[in-house]
Design a protein around this ligand. Structure first.
Ligand SMILES: *Cc1c(COP(=O)(O)O)cnc(C)c1O
Length: 373
């Protein structure tokens, strides 16, 4: 038995006709960059998120960069975010000249702890970037209240949470702006790099639209210094088709998570907590185990596509050492980094694959536990 991390071929097979037709349309119209398919996807995705605007760009990292630029963040500005995320949340903060300031996470949801965020606010703070890690929405209501009180921009990094809900809203409509990644392995994935910005703020959407295309007002007039970060037509076409399957995909992930929860109940692992006012979309299904590295290796040897997200929190990454953080600064994130283990969770997993993962994980934990006297 072999349980991959993802099976994108199988997913393509299940929608081959629709995808092929959409790609053929791009070829027939030569709408290779932006164009009708991208516009159509932007409209559909904004509506899906319950947001006024969506601007298609060419990665999640670009989406974050253009949001930070559009908000005018730069030299002397501080942006509070989590140290327990993919580095792309933070790289663009530094690249626009601002300073990331970390706040520790909540131990049960792995998302920003609003109390810790509050402690990090200074007169230089301009924004809070909440990451909906693993598909579990961050605590957006208290974060929004803090932002309002201190006149800060609440921003969502929704790269792992397409379709997730927080109270009565979908992610992407919870802050001043949200960044999505459509990297192929995300819950809504393109067939190459792609990303998007959602917002209710028309002026911000307009600025992001200009920034993604060299600051263009029209063909020969460039009002601001911009970038080439446009979404390409093939990606828009694929995403427009796959958006129709997203809820079904997320239901499959949730049902697999439920299956794992049931079948790992008696194993010495901590299964994921889900806050009762959210709907999780399980981009990752993350358990906590003792002797994580050993267990991870044993699962890989059993041909199980397990993963670790993330083994080193950002404040301890060599590239971010100039920020001056040390081991011990964010103990909740550091402990999590040593214990988290992601199990395969994509929607097309079979029962026998799920059983195999549960069986191997339980077996490995029994073998690796110390002999009791
Ligand atoms: C994937 C990801 C990104 C970056 O998206 P890309 O499309 O790879 O640039 C940013 N933040 C988080 C939390 C991610 O998981």
């Amino acid at each position: 038995m072999d349980v991959p991390t993802l099976n994108l071929q199988k997913q393509y097979e299940s929608m081959r006709k629709e995808i092929d037709r959409a790609l053929q349309e791009v070829l027939d119209n030569s709408s290779f960059v932006l164009g009708d398919q991208v516009r159509s996807f932007e409209r559909s995705f904004a509506e899906y998120c319950g947001s006024e605007h969506c601007v298609g760009v060419n990665s999640g990292t670009a989406a974050l960069t253009l949001i930070y630029r559009a908000l005018g963040l730069g030299e002397g500005d501080e942006v509070i975010t989590t140290p327990f995320t993919f580095i792309a949340t933070v790289e663009p903060i530094l690249q626009v000249g601002a300073t990331p300031v970390f706040a520790d996470i909540d131990d049960s949801t792995y998302t920003l702890d609003p109390h810790r965020v509050e402690q990090q606010i200074t007169p230089q703070t301009r924004a809070i970037v909440a990451v909906h890690l693993y598909g579990h929405p961050a605590e957006c209501k208290p974060l929004r209240e803090l932002a309002d009180e201190h006149d800060l921009h609440p921003i969502e990094d929704a790269a792992q949470a397409h379709g997730a809900r927080y109270r009565d809203r979908r992610v992407g409509s919870l802050g001043d702006a949200a960044a999505f990644s459509f990297y192929p392995g995300k819950n809504l994935g393109a067939y190459g790099d792609a990303g998007g910005v959602t917002t209710d703020d028309e002026a911000l959407a307009e600025t992001v639209r200009k920034l993604r295309d060299h600051g263009r007002e029209d063909k020969y007039s460039h009002s601001v210094l911009g970038y080439n970060e446009r979404m390409d037509g093939f990606q828009g076409a694929v995403l427009d088709v796959k958006l129709n399957h997203l809820d079904e995909e997320n239901r499959g992930r949730r049902s697999n998570a439920e299956y794992y929860n049931q079948h790992l109940r008696d194993a010495p692992v901590k299964t994921p907590d889900v806050a009762d006012h959210v709907q999780h979309v399980f981009h990752q299904y993350v358990v906590r185990v003792p002797r994580r590295d050993e267990v991870f290796e044993a699962l890989r040897e059993a041909d199980i596509g397990a993963g670790v997200h993330y083994p080193v929190p950002l404040h301890l990454q060599p590239s971010l050492r100039p920020l001056g953080y040390e081991e011990g600064d964010f103990p909740v994130a550091e402990t999590a980094a040593g214990e988290v283990l992601s199990l395969p969770i994509f929607a097309d997993l079979s029962r026998s694959q799920l059983d195999y993962v549960c069986d191997r994980l339980t077996g490995v934990l029994e073998e690796s536990s110390p002999v009791r006297a």
